[in-house]
Write a protein that binds this ligand. Structure first.
Ligand code: FES
Length: 137
């Protein structure tokens, strides 16, 4: 079988594109994780998020209306208050003193209360279940 330079180039180009495309698909699977937000009535909304975002950013980006996030993640409003499902608490670093102080201003604080803007999404949080409070005030 005879190949000229152009057809060899095309074969290598197609091989390169396939390799690059498949690598991107694998990377996409690795960085996109699922988080479920459950409202006070028990309605679930599962969203995808990128590793490195905060839980608050994932909520706002996906129109989770119960997360208001008025300060934009500066840990100064407590309107991004959520309840972390107890099975997931040990996979999330403990709250800092600043977060604990701000939680004092949140509505209906419980032992699993957290400020979603202070939680970085990691691959270990794939499948995380988060409940939103009845109100942020
Ligand atoms: S967004 Fe304001 S404290 Fe989290």
């Amino acid at each position: 079988m005879y190949y000229n330079c152009t057809s060899l180039f095309n074969i290598f180009f197609i091989f390169y594109i396939n390799l690059k495309y498949n690598k991107n698909i694998r990377l996409l699977k690795y960085t996109m994780i699922k988080i479920t937000f459950r409202d006070i009535k028990g309605n679930d909304k599962t969203v995808t998020s990128n590793i490195g975002e905060t839980l608050m950013e994932a909520a706002v980006k996906n129109d989770i209306s119960e997360i208001e996030a008025e300060c934009g993640g500066a840990c100064s409003c407590a309107t991004c208050h959520v309840y972390i499902n107890k099975e997931w608490l040990n996979k999330i670093p403990s709250a800092t003193e600043m977060e604990e102080d701000m939680l004092d201003f949140a509505f209906d604080v419980k032992s699993n209360s957290r400020l979603s803007c202070q939680i970085k999404i990691t691959k270990e949080l794939d499948g995380l279940l988060v409940e939103t409070p009845e109100s942020q005030f």
